[in-house]
Design a protein around this ligand. Structure first.
Ligand SMILES: [Zn+2]
Length: 246
């Protein structure tokens, strides 16, 4: 297993989240590109209930599970192709990880990583460096790599560094980010009104009707409160029909 050669200051924060390099899990999470992963607690993996159905997805399931838990194979006849088992172990870890970060303990661990900025910031100027969270658009592996969700603009982004391009989005899944901000509503940034980019040419606003203009940019506006949202919904469903934007 290669050593972590990444010297990025962002991921070197010394806290109780520092990986335990004596374990497979610790070493796996310390690899370059694996900074988004939480270290799954061993007792979570040892609970068979949490692994229900995964054996059908992962080749060499038993050996992979033993590798993750640093268990020596009973008869000492581990399949000679360690790389094969290593790949299975990574897949298995990712699939367990998708479930773990939805658990009480896992989501708390991800909240600590979020706080420490382990997942980076939104690249959108008007989001003012809002912290982002890793998400997947699919729950089954092999579809797409991990994306980053911003709670300010509500959009997803490709991670800025290519070392994350091999990380499967399914290892984080479609539920995590939404459950996370439901669980920690205080972490949703309190930006008064989502600011919008206003295109200009020689200081004059570009017309809404221009092909490259800000067409329907009001669609990106966010009501500040649930009350504002209700008012808007009441207006748009009024007998007079839809809201007149002219
Ligand atoms: Zn954003």
């Amino acid at each position: 297993m290669e050593e972590n050669t990444d010297d990025s200051e962002l991921y070197e924060s010394q806290s109780d989240l520092s990986p335990d390099m004596d374990t497979w899990i610790g070493a796996f999470c310390a690899l370059s590109g694996h900074e988004y992963f939480a270290e799954i607690a061993e007792d979570f993996i040892e609970d068979d209930f949490n692994l229900t159905g995964l054996s059908a997805f992962v080749p060499h399931y038993k050996e992979a599970l033993e590798m993750i838990l640093d268990v020596e194979p009973e008869d000492g006849t581990r399949t000679p192709d360690v790389m094969l088992i290593e790949n299975s172990a990574e897949l298995l870890y990712g699939l367990i990880h998708q479930r773990y970060i939805l658990s009480r303990q896992g989501i708390q661990q991800m909240a600590e990583k979020y706080d420490l900025g382990h997942f980076g910031h939104c690249p959108r100027v008007f989001c003012s460096s809002t912290l982002v969270l890793p998400v997947g658009r699919y729950d089954t592996p092999g579809n797409e790599n991990v994306k980053l969700f911003c709670p300010s603009c509500g959009d997803i982004y490709t991670p800025p560094n290519s070392r994350f391009q091999d990380i499967d989005g399914a290892y984080f899944g479609t539920t995590f980010a939404n459950l996370f901000f439901e669980s920690f509503p205080d972490l949703v940034p309190k930006i008064k009104q989502t600011k919008l980019y206003q295109p200009k040419i020689y200081g004059f606003k570009v017309s809404e009707r221009a092909k490259t203009g800000p067409r329907m940019s009001w669609l990106r506006m966010k009501p500040d409160s649930a009350e504002d949202l209700s008012n808007f919904q009441r207006l748009s469903s009024s007998p007079a029909g839809s809201v007149n934007m002219e």
